[in-house]
Design a protein. Structure first.
Length: 209
């Protein structure tokens, strides 16, 4: 309110600075909200992480998508006893497990957790085991929560699809939506298996290899 006392040029400069600060704060908050996605930024020296994160989920998603399209009555996608409804029941438990595992990793006193890996990199630097596993389970919790929300509001995209007049476009939109959902599910499963491997075996070995 006091800005009107200043000269006009000063007021514009002050308002511009205030706007810039607000934008920076918004970006900071947004960055904090999507921090669990940092797991995607972790790179491996070999192809192991790409196989687990991309190729295996991609192959399984294609097979699942084809199978559900060919036999919709055997494994229905929607409905009270459909894949989405059953998965949502599982996701309620998995989300809690991921958050619990994240808390355990953050407080686990094993000194091997603070050793650097020899083949995992984040922003060009080797990643400490504890940081990698924490980012892994944070990402899993994020994906599980996102899938749960999609399943919770699945009627909304279904309604939008019914509003598409072109039947071919409606069919392909449904296929793409189902494929993305299945890819996220299979990626969550493969990354979960990687996390279990680290918790039950890898963190108990002192060698970084």
């Amino acid at each position: 309110m006091w800005l009107w006392i200043l000269p006009r040029s000063w007021r514009k400069q002050s308002q511009s600075k205030s706007k810039s600060l607000r934008e920076k704060k918004m970006l900071t908050v947004l960055r904090q909200l999507i921090t669990p996605l940092d797991y995607i930024k972790v790179k491996s020296a070999g192809s192991e992480k790409v196989l687990l994160d991309i190729y295996f989920p991609l192959i399984f998603a294609i097979i699942s998508c084809v199978g559900m399209s060919a036999y919709p009555s055997v494994v229905p996608m929607l409905g009270d006893h459909g894949f989405v409804a059953n998965l949502n029941g599982l996701l309620q438990t998995l989300t809690g497990f991921y958050v619990g595992a994240l808390a355990a990793v953050a407080t686990f006193p094993n000194p091997t957790m603070d050793q650097k890996t020899d083949n995992l990199f984040l922003d060009g630097d080797l990643v400490v085991r504890r940081l990698f596993i924490a980012k892994l389970f944070a990402y899993l919790a994020f994906v599980a929560f996102a899938l749960y929300l999609v399943g919770l509001f699945v009627s909304l995209p279904s309604y939008v699809l019914h509003e598409i007049a072109n039947p071919l476009l409606r069919k392909w939109a449904r296929v793409v939506g189902v494929f993305i959902y299945l890819f996220a599910f299979w990626q969550m499963l493969t990354v979960t298996l990687l996390g279990l491997y680290y918790l039950c075996d890898r963190i108990h070995r002192k060698s970084p290899n």
